[in-house]
Design a protein around this ligand. Structure first.
Ligand code: FAD
Ligand code: DHB
Length: 389
C-alpha cells in the first residue's frame, strides 16, 4: 500500500489531522490498535478551547458541537468557605466550549467514514521504518497478516503508551517528567450538573471538580490517593466525599445517582523533545502529558495538529519545507506554556501529602491573591481559554 501520510493512532489527534488533510486533498491512512467502540468508550476531556473549536469547523465537523455544546464564559473557584468567579469573557473577550472528547471523537469518526477515509482498526505490532530517509514506511499486522504502507510522512498520534515516541533514538530524545503524589477519581452520572459553570474546589480534604457533559450528564472528580482503586470507592462514598469538598451552598443542591463510569487517572507532567525526527512527527499525548487541572491535554494535542497540518499543506501545495522543519519548535513553545499553566493550577488546588504549614500558607496566599487581583485573574483566564496558536 502507499499513501501520503500514515497516521498512527485513531484518537482525537490522529482523526482530526486525517480529516483536515482530507479537506485539502492530502491522503492519509489511520492505524488504530484498538476498535472504534473501545476508543469511544474512554471518558476523557470535557473543555475545548476556541482553537480546537475552530479546527473542528475547518474539518467540517462542528455542526453537532455547536448545537449541543455549551459556551462557558467563566468558572467558579472555591477554597475554605470562600468562592469566587473568574470571568473569561471580561478578561479575554473569549470563552470555552463544554463538549466531551468522546463526542469530538465520534464526530470525527463520522466525518472520516462519510468521506470514505481509510482507518485500519486492530492494527498490531505497528513499526516505523526509515523515518530519517526520504522513503519511510510503516509495517503492522492485522488479523495475523503482515502489511506495509509506504508514505511521505508519518504522524505519531498514538498517545502516551504508543510506539512512535519510542522510535526516536535515545541519543536524540530528551524527556522531562514530573509525577504528582495523587490521582483523580472521576465519575460520570446521569444527574443534572450541580451548577451551570464548572467549580474547581481547593478544600482542606483535597481537590474536587464539578464538571458536566450536558444538562442531564455530570462529570465529577475528587483528588485521591495513588494507591486507591476505583472499586475501593462505592458511589455513596464518592458522593459523601464530594459533598465535603465543595461549598455548602452547592453541596445542598447536589443531585446524586448511580455512576455510569468510574476511573482513576494519575497526574503527570511529561514532555519529550524534539517532537520531530526526520519524517516522523509526534502529536498530542505521544509527545506530552499534562495533569488534567485546567483541561489542557486535548487542547494541546489540537495545537500540535494545527502546526503539523499547516506545515504539511504548505509542503504539498508549494513544495516549501519551512513549516514542517519548524514544527517541533513551534509546537514545543506552546506545549511548555500549557505545561506551566497545568502545573501551576495543579499546585494551587491540591493537598500534597508532604505539605508543610508554610506550603499551605503560601497556597492560601496565592488563592487570596487570585481572588482579589484583576491582574492575576486575567493571567488565569488568558491561559484557561487558551493561548493563541
Ligand atoms: P489518545 O487519546 O491517547 O489517542 C491515541 C490513540 O492511539 C488511541 O486510540 C490508542 O489506542 C492508539 N494507539 C496507541 N498505541 C498504538 C499503536 N502502537 N498502534 C496504533 N494505535 C495505537 N484532557 C483534558 O483536557 N481534560 C481531561 O479531563 C482529561 N482527562 C483525561 C483522563 C484520562 C484517564 C486520560 C488518560 C487523559 C485525560 N485527558 C484529559 C487528556 C486527553 O484525553 C488527551 O490529551 C487526549 O486524549 C490526547 O489525544 P491523542 O489523540 O493525542 O491521544
Ligand atoms: C474536565 C476535566 C478537567 O480536567 C477540567 O479541568 C475541566 C473539565 C471534564 O472532564 O469535564
Amino acid at each position: 500500500m502507499k499513501t501520503q501520510v500514515v497516521i498512527i493512532g485513531g484518537g482525537p489527534s490522529g482523526l482530526l489531522l486525517s480529516q483536515l488533510l482530507h479537506r485539502r486533498g492530502i491522503e492519509s491512512i489511520v492505524l488504530e490498535r484498538k476498535t472504534k467502540d473501545y476508543v469511544l468508550g474512554r471518558i476523557r476531556a470535557g473543555v475545548l478551547e476556541t482553537g480546537l473549536v475552530q479546527l473542528m469547523e475547518q474539518a467540517g465537523c462542528a455542526t453537532r458541537m455547536h448545537a449541543e455544546g455549551f459556551i462557558h464564559s467563566g468558572t467558579q473557584i472555591s477554597y475554605g468557605t470562600d468562592i469566587f468567579r473568574i470571568d473569561f469573557a471580561a478578561h479575554t473577550g473569549s470563552n470555552v466550549m463544554v463538549y466531551g472528547q468522546t463526542e469530538v471523537t465520534r464526530d470525527l469518526y463520522a466525518a472520516r467514514e462519510q468521506a470514505g477515509g481509510a482507518i485500519e482498526f486492530d492494527a498490531q505490532d505497528v513499526a516505523i521504518h526509515d523515518a530519517k530517509s526520504d522513503r519511510p514506511y510503516v509495517s503492522y499486522r492485522q488479523g495475523g497478516r503482515p502489511h506495509r504502507i509506504d508514505c511521505d510522512f508519518i504522524a505519531g498520534c498514538d498517545g502516551f503508551h504508543g510506539i512512535s515516541r519510542q522510535s526516536i533514538p535515545l541519543d536524540v530524545r530528551r524527556e522531562y517528567e514530573k509525577i504528582y503524589p495523587f490521582g483523580w477519581l472521576g465519575i460520570l452520572s446521569e444527574t443534572p450538573p450541580v451548577n451551570h459553570e464548572l467549580i474547581y474546589s481547593a478544600s482542606d480534604r483535597g481537590f474536587a471538580l464539578c464538571s458536566m457533559r450536558n444538562e442531564k450528564l455530570s462529570r465529577y472528580y475528587i483528588q485521591c490517593s495513588l494507591s486507591d482503586k476505583p472499586e475501593d470507592w462505592t458511589d455513596a462514598a464518592f458522593w459523601q466525599e464530594l459533598i465535603r469538598r465543595i461549598p455548602e451552598s452547592f453541596a445542598a443542591n447536589l443531585v446524586t445517582g448511580p455512576s455510569i463510569e468510574k476511573s482513576i487517572a494519575p497526574l503527570r507532567s511529561f514532555v519529550t523533545e524534539p517532537m520531530q525526527w526526520g519524517r516522523l512527527f509526534l502529536c498530542g499525548d505521544a509527545a506530552h502529558i499534562v495533569p488534567p487541572t485546567g483541561a489542557k491535554g486535548l487542547n494541546t494535542a489540537a495545537s500540535d495538529v494545527h502546526y503539523l497540518f499547516s506545515g504539511l499543506t504548505e509542503f504539498y501545495e508549494t513544495g516549501a519545507r519551512a513549516g514542517i522543519d519548524a514544527y517541533s519548535g513551534k509546537a514545543l513553545a506552546r506545549v511548555w506554556k500549557a505545561e506551566r499553566f497545568s502545573w501551576w493550577f495543579s499546585s494551587l488546588m491540591h493537598r500534597y501529602p508532604d505539605q508543610s504549614d508554610f506550603d499551605r500558607k503560601i497556597q492560601t496566599a496565592e488563592l487570596e491573591y487570585l481572588r482579589n487581583s484583576a491582574a492575576a485573574q486575567k493571567v488565569m483566564a488568558e491561559n484557561y481559554v487558551g493561548l493563541p496558536y
